[in-house]
Design a protein around this ligand. Sequence first.
Ligand code: HEC
Length: 133
Amino acid sequence: MKKVFFGLLVLALSAIVLAACGGGSSATAIATVPADYAGAVSPLGADAATAGAEVFKTNCESCHGPQGHGDGPAGAALDPTPKNLPELAAQVGDDFLYWRINTGKEGTAMVAWKGVLTDEQIWQAVAYIRTLK
Ligand code: HEC
């Protein structure tokens, strides 16, 4: 009986470890946008990306790189290093980007920009990320 229990425990633990590692694949699982942010839509017009370029250059480029490829000089030494933003953007909605920029990403150097940038600037950054390739 004890042995069976131990076996189950090991199974359960390996399942947790596997899940945490994304099943061993190199692509990390995309997080779910919390209810507070899910479905958020930009109130800005089509020209938001122009202002977003300035926001990005000033606040994000040092880590994320000029094209958001995660190759900024300040990003190289980080663990994890900043991700490729255009690659991520192709897989997520604006609400995801808006959420991450607002609240940051726990366990990484990505800080919360809410209160540092205005809501408008955060949406502008989202619009700019959408233009990156
Ligand atoms: C100090 C360096 C640094 C700065 C400055 C920075 N970031 Fe990040 N950012 C990171 C790191 C590190 C991650 C986490 C990457 C990962 O988890 O793979 C990240 C993650 C992100 C993500 C989400 C990635 C994901 O996997 O969910 C977005 C979107 C993002 N940053 C946008 C921005 C924007 C926009 C700015 C400027 C307002 C900015 N970042 C400024 C380092 C930085």
